[in-house]
Design a protein around this ligand. Structure first.
Ligand code: PLP
Length: 378
């Protein structure tokens, strides 16, 4: 079955009633026939029928053997990091999501876990950073906000050889556009808050694994630490997932047109979009992704915070908000929003200029979006 079809039929009709939409089992516990005799459910932290459907759905979409749903992307990340033990090392892409950087450097460092941040777009850097203690390689591709691409297949080979696990945060593309497990990754992590749910109305996180031992360990950790997705938020995410393919096609189509338009505008300096031929790793993006996604970043010739703020307060359809993957178009200013706490030298090194603007292109009519950008730039 093709992905579009699979997505629409992601949940089976309810066995008990035939309800075509998965019921929300808003219950904390389940009545048991006798002590330890139940219908597979005892307590909702351990298992819930609505959450079970969305966990199976994300596992199917990513091509893994088991999926786990959490109350946020960071709760998912946290649970995966609990697979580590003291003395283990993590190699992460240097412009990893800020929250992932923060939990590694201010929480897990206290438990003796060492993290190294490197530019994984260069495979030589990955080979040089690996040692006997390396347990995880943590990738995001494309990265935020300059949309750098790393080669999942090649890095998976390096990880395998070193006995490390490759983890890919697939939030920016979703399984509609990229399936890291099919490229050799061991674990996929998601902030379901973004494209998976897609409507800016829920916080959720997911982990998909491809190995039974890791699945058993994660099941234990999920139940033991307890940051599970609620039945209602499981249902909202399921509802969003049904239109994932349709949305990502439209997000990608609009983003490409916007990137191409920005390239021609006299006030625009650099444009970052993996779908542009001159993007540094366009070929790798074309090889491992089905399309180029809905995120576009650009900087202005007038490279000041003021110029960026002027643009972001003048758009009318692009709303200024710290999120992405919403059906609505959103704009954000990395230097003063998501990357505010990054030291200025590090910011400039990773391409986050004062005027850099990040757009999460929505699914509105392209002419309306282009007109909005044009009037704000003018
Ligand atoms: C938002 C995000 C996260 C964290 O997810 P939350 O749902 O906000 O906890 C992790 N990774 C990436 C790439 C993100 O964009």
């Amino acid at each position: 079955m093709k992905l579009e079809t699979k997505l629409v039929h992601i949940s089976e009709p309810d066995e008990l009633t035939g309800a075509i939409s998965t019921p929300i089992y808003q219950t904390s516990s389940y009545v048991q026939e006798a002590p330890d005799v139940n219908k597979g459910f005892a307590y909702t932290r351990t298992a819930n029928p609505t959450r079970k459907v969305v966990e199976q759905a994300i596992a199917d979409l990513e091509g893994g053997i088991a999926g786990f749903a959490f109350s946020s992307g960071l709760a998912a990340t946290d649970c995966v990091l609990k697979l580590l033990k003291q003395g283990d090392e993590v190699i992460a892409v240097n412009d990893v999501y800020g929250g992932t950087y923060r939990i590694l450097t201010t929480v897990y460092n206290k438990f003796g876990i060492i993290s190294k941040f490197i530019d994984t777009t260069n495979l030589e850097n990955v080979r040089n950073a690996i040692n006997k203690k390396t347990r995880f390689i943590w990738l995001e591709t494309p990265t935020n906000p300059t949309l750098k691409i790393s080669d999942i297949e090649e890095i998976a080979k390096i990880a395998k050889q070193a006995g490390a696990l490759l983890i890919v945060d697939n939030t920016f593309l979703s399984p509609a556009l990229q399936q890291p497990i099919s490229l050799g990754a061991d674990i996929v992590v998601h902030s379901g808050t973004k494209y998976l749910s897609g409507h800016g109305d829920v916080l959720s996180g997911f982990v998909v694994v491809n190995d039974q031992n890791i699945a058993d360990e994660l099941k234990y950790l999920q139940n033991t630490s307890g940051g599970v997705l609620s039945p209602f938020d499981s249902w909202l995410t399921l509802r969003g997932i049904q239109t994932l393919y349709l949305r990502l096609e439209k997000h990608s189509e609009n983003a490409k047109k916007i990137a191409e338009y920005l390239l021609t505008h006299p006030k625009v300096d650099k444009v970052y979009y993996p779908g542009l031929k001159d993007h540094h790793n366009h070929d790798i993006a074309a090889k491992q992704q089905k399309n180029f996604g809905g995120m576009v970043s650009f900087s202005l010739k007038e490279d000041t915070l003021k110029a960026a703020k002027r643009f972001l307060t003048r758009t009318k359809i692009f709303l200024l908000a710290e999120n992405l993957g919403d059906v609505r178009s959103l704009g954000s200013h990395p230097a003063t929003m998501t990357h505010k706490s990054t030291p200025i030298e590090v910011r400039k090194e990773t391409g986050i200029q004062d005027s850099l603007i990040r757009l999460s292109v929505g699914i509105e009519n392209i002419d309306d979006l282009l007109n909005d950008i044009k009037q704000a730039l003018d």
